[in-house]
Design a protein around this ligand. Structure first.
Ligand code: PEP
Length: 250
């Protein structure tokens, strides 16, 4: 869909020290060439690197964001970071509801939705993750699970410019296994219909990313599937060469 600019997003997870800065600077440098016209790029470093990355991308167009936020703007929540703090640090986006947070921190759809609402309140783009487990898929419940997550996790205030949906089957994350192109297209079609039913033209304009073991050698094929508007990349986003190769495939 020509109306939706492709988006390649890199989730660094709990990886990256000050010494990783040159890797990010290479991404910023490459992006300022021809890539900028054809693809949006977001990088989600650990929160410790957010300020320095936001400073080095200034003016270059690479969007920097955080991997999670607390629903409240401030308060007694030791160890948490608010959406307002992310914006204050120069972040423009935040991932919410990643399957690792749903699993390791017990985040429910209601919590993810509150976090997405916080992102919108602070003027950040919310990248909302959904995806079924292997058990769900084997039980024939993949569509049902993802549609329920969408319904529960995406706020009513979502708009094409403020929300990105990332479909990440849990069994494909970090495993090297991906769904087939047909399976990706089928799920993304379902997600598109659900977004259109709820948000009309805004739902048509929302970008839907595929995530789970996207690598330079499978990116082009996965990105060509229907209703795939980009990728959320974990492992392969840590090396500038691999990440840029994926961006080039978009
Ligand atoms: C992710 O966790 O967002 C992800 C897609 O990871 P990987 O690319 O490593 O499978």
């Amino acid at each position: 869909n020509a109306a939706r600019k492709p988006l390649i997003a890199g989730n660094w997870k709990m990886n990256g020290l000050g010494a990783s800065a040159p890797e990010f600077v290479r991404i910023v440098g490459a992006y300022q060439g021809s890539l900028k016209n054809v693809v949006d790029i977001m990088v989600f470093p650990p929160a410790t690197l957010l300020t320095s990355f936001a400073t080095s991308t200034r003016g270059a167009g690479v969007i920097v964001g955080a991997q999670d936020c607390h629903p409240a703007p401030s308060g007694a929540h030791t160890g948490d970071i608010s959406a307002e703090m992310i914006a204050d640090a120069g972040g423009k986006a935040v991932i919410v509801g990643h399957s690792e947070r749903r699993a390791e921190h017990g985040e429910t759809d209601a919590i993810v939705r509150a976090k997405a609402e916080a992102a919108l309140r602070a003027g950040l783009v919310a990248v909302i993750c959904v995806g079924e487990t292997e058990e769900d898929r084997d039980a024939g419940k993949a569509f049902e699970v993802v549609e329920r997550q969408l319904e529960g996790s995406v706020p009513n205030a979502a708009r094409a410019k403020t929300v990105v949906v990332a479909y990440e089957p849990v069994w494909a994350i970090g495993t090297g296994v991906t769904p087939t192109v047909e399976e990706v297209a089928e799920m993304h079609g379902r997600i598109r219909r659900a977004l259109q039913a709820r948000f009309g033209a805004e739902g048509e304009g929302m970008r839907i990313l595929y995530g789970g073991s996207v690598k330079p050698d499978n990116a082009a094929e996965l990105l060509r599937a229907g209703n795939v508007d980009g990728a959320l990349v974990g492992g392969a986003s840590l090396k500038a060469d691999d990440f840029l190769a994926i961006a080039q495939a978009a």
